[in-house]
Design a protein around this ligand. Sequence first.
Ligand SMILES: [Mg+2]
Length: 231
Amino acid sequence: MIKLVVFDWNGTLLADTRASVESVNQVLKKLGRAEPLSAKKYRATMTLPILEFYANYGFGRDYLKKSSILIQETFHGHYERRAAKARTRKGARKTLSWLKANGIGSIILSNHLASAISLRLENFRLAHLFSEVLANPDIHSIWKEKNKMRKLQDYLAAKGFAPGEVMLVGDSTEEIEIAKHLGMKSVAITDGFYSPRRLKSSSPDFIIGNLSDLIGVVKKSNGIPAGKKKH
Ligand SMILES: [Mg+2]
């Protein structure tokens, strides 16, 4: 019985893939790479921690570490302006409202800035549909470590959720791996930051293309007959 759905933010709830591709290209340009990446190439190669992503494009790790302030400021400076225009992904409001109406909690788990996410949720008038935003306090923590799993683990332990009661939804292999590691169901969503091929290779329990499809996934998991609304 699913009681809590954990949503990734970037590429999952927020339609910011284009904004991220453009911002990464600004960084690559600053580092001296002339050729920008296409969205397809980005989806095929995006990886975290982000230092590894740039290292895979031939930049030395020492050089990247030395340039970290420049990289972070270039990325975030461009990204914040560009992503301010990004909308939520299709079906977000409908799905989140359905979950709430059916007594299922929603939280956000992200590597992004907690303050930036909370501000966007207020602007989208979606804040009331989430009970928690688990994210990073500053841009420097994003650079250094992958800490989503620890954050989620601590939260679930504090709130007393069993793994079988939680579903994790994300657009990258990171969320699928976390869900598997913690023994919860994973839902991968396409058209975000990762290619469908890479998502499939991590064997998520479900793959969806639209957030609205999540309603059917939860109904199935909770034994609610398809097509019948439970209000
Ligand atoms: Mg994401």
